[in-house]
Design a protein around this ligand. Structure first.
Ligand SMILES: [Zn+2]
Ligand SMILES: [Zn+2]
Ligand SMILES: [Zn+2]
Length: 143
């Protein structure tokens, strides 16, 4: 099926040009701004395709929104994601693989798959937060 190939390529290119994770809606706006006539439903479909073929990462934001990102690592892996700036680190997690397989087998499950992404604050954002915290402690000195 060669249907919708240019749309998929357009979506993939836009995703490649994006730093960090982006929602289908935001990517659609970006494409529109650059003059593409692509529809939002097509963007959703193309992102779903890219995610299922492993060319894009997909995850749920803490707010429950589906987010996508061009993936630099092929094959199964996990992510550390900064919830403040969106920095993403691709990680292997051998312990998780062994645990997931083991716990599935224990319950008689086969073909088990899992998605594990860790959200937190990156080193830079942690520094910013610590600086903020120090500020609020100085409050007692004001007034
Ligand atoms: Zn990835
Ligand atoms: Zn950060
Ligand atoms: Zn895994």
């Amino acid at each position: 099926m060669k249907r919708n190939t240019w749309q998929r390529e357009a979506v993939r290119e836009a995703l490649d040009d994006t730093e960090g994770f982006i929602s289908a809606q935001a990517l659609h706006s970006t494409l529109h701004a650059s003059g593409s006539p692509i529809g939002l439903a097509t963007v959703y479909r193309a992102l779903g395709d890219l995610a299922s073929s492993g060319e894009a990462d997909s995850l749920q934001s803490p707010e429950g929104e589906a987010l996508y990102r061009a993936c630099s690592t092929t094959g199964h892996h996990h992510h550390l994601i900064c919830r403040n700036c969106g920095l993403t680190v691709e990680i292997a997690a051998d312990e998780v693989e062994a645990w997931a397989k083991g716990v599935a087998a224990e319950h008689g499950f086969t073909q088990a798959a899992h998605v594990v992404d860790v959200f937190g604050l990156c080193a830079n954002c942690t520094k910013l937060v610590v600086a903020d915290g120090a500020d609020s402690k100085v409050e007692a000195d004001r007034g």
